[in-house]
Design a protein around this ligand. Structure first.
Ligand code: DNO
Length: 387
């Protein structure tokens, strides 16, 4: 597979020269400065692409071209937003950038409660604490009916947390769930928002009455509209699985498991409608056998994200070392190297290790942590291809 790396543009503290030195071949990036929903002009795309190429690399994958909420919930302006999306795709096609990752998750692009969960060795990783998330829904968002989504055991832990949580802890939790994890990926909430909780509640309200079937229909509608431009320019659309792959905040989730993946691939059975195979997101769902899914969907996979998780009995999950945990990366790499070896692959998330700490990297996107993982994955690729 092609060794790619997610880079956040010229403001990224990790430079293209650093990436070249560690053996990265392709860049995964987006025009992060363009407001969500606005058209990516051919000029802006070409300028960005040349900047990457001057550094001896190529722009391999767009991650992400964000799908606006109104497209997902089927708002009145969805057709005009899809028109703009098509124009961006057309411009990407003209610039020969043909792999486009996106997601169809309502409101949140991904969810974690802890960005610096401490490991015994002094490093840290991302973590999802189910009790904290339940507390966030029940007592910070005050979402109606939220309690019904949790077991008595979790609810008892939530009450315990409520009795001791400080104002600072609450603000940290808000910051982690809806600000810090969202802003840098062009999510709905950014550091500049004065009242993120109010804004978040308003976003959730947009999905009142939208169930799983409706969200599926809206995804199908979107895909059908964009397939002609994808066919014309050879663009491979690849949806990212929901992270985590289970229901949150009372919102429907439609890319979580085998049944979901079958559904969207069959609903629009076109080779340009594909999957981003994220071993990390999929592994956080106990229903998923990750290598089995990799084998089944290898031909419809257009892009691979490699990371792993461990899921605990209480429903929490941690981002594991890349070669450990439920992601079963060794098996997955073996499958993709055999079935679809030209795929772009990026190491996803890494721990904060030694010099990474205090560098202010985006959550999950450390330098040394990801570099270590890239080295491990490169080693596995070399081993599985050794004759
Ligand atoms: C987080 C990422 C997501 C992902 C998008 C794809 O680290 O996995 O932000 O890029 O959901 O659209």
């Amino acid at each position: 597979m092609e060794k790619t790396w997610r880079w956040f543009g010229k403001k990224d503290k990790i430079t293209l020269s650093m990436l070249r030195q560690i053996g990265v071949e392709g860049i995964v990036s987006a025009l992060h400065d363009i407001k969500n929903g606005d058209v990516w002009s051919l000029d802006a795309i070409t300028e960005y692409k040349s900047h990457i190429e001057i550094h001896g690399l190529r722009w391999s994958v767009v991650e992400s071209l964000p799908v606006m909420e109104a497209i997902k919930y089927g708002g009145a302006d969805r057709d005009s937003l899809i028109e703009k999306y098509i124009l961006s795709l057309e411009n990407l096609g003209k610039a020969s950038i043909t792999t486009v990752c996106y997601n169809f998750m309502p409101v949140l692009d991904w969810a974690r409660t802890d960005l610096y969960y401490q490991w015994k060795d002094g490093s840290s990783s991302l973590y999802f604490d189910k009790t904290k998330f339940a507390y966030f829904e029940i007592y910070i968002l005050e979402r109606e009916g939220a309690k019904n989504d949790y077991s008595d055991e979790i609810l008892a832990k939530v009450e315990e947390l409520k009795s001791k949580i400080t104002e600072d802890d609450k603000n940290d939790l808000i910051d982690s769930v809806i600000v810090k994890t969202q802003g840098f990926v062009n999510g709905n909430i950014s550091e500049e928002d004065q009242n993120p909780v109010r804004k978040f509640k308003a976003l959730l309200a947009l999905y009142d009455g939208i169930d799983k079937n409706q969200l599926r229909e809206n995804m199908k509608y979107f895909l059908e509209k964009i397939m002609p431009v994808c066919e014309q320019y050879g663009i491979q659309m690849c949806v990212h699985p929901d992270d985590p792959p289970f229901s949150l905040l009372g919102l429907p989730r439609i890319v979580t498991n085998e049944e979901d993946i079958d559904w969207f691939l069959n609903a629009v059975d076109n080779p340009h409608n594909g999957l981003t195979f994220c071993t990390g997101s999929l592994s956080a769902g106990l229903q998923n056998d990750v290598p089995k899914l990799a084998q089944k969907y290898a031909s419809r996979t257009k892009f691979v994200h490699l990371r792993s998780t461990n899921v605990f009995d209480n429903g929490d999950f941690i981002e594991a070392n890349h070669l450990e945990g439920r992601g079963k990366l060794i098996e997955v790499i073996k499958i993709f190297e055999k079935e679809n070896p030209s795929l772009p692959m990026r190491v996803d998330h890494g721990r904060l290790l030694t010099d990474d700490i205090d560098k202010g990297y985006n959550p999950g996107y450390s330098f040394l942590g990801r570099m270590l993982a890239l080295g491990q994955i490169e080693g596995v690729m070399a081993a599985v291809n050794y004759k």
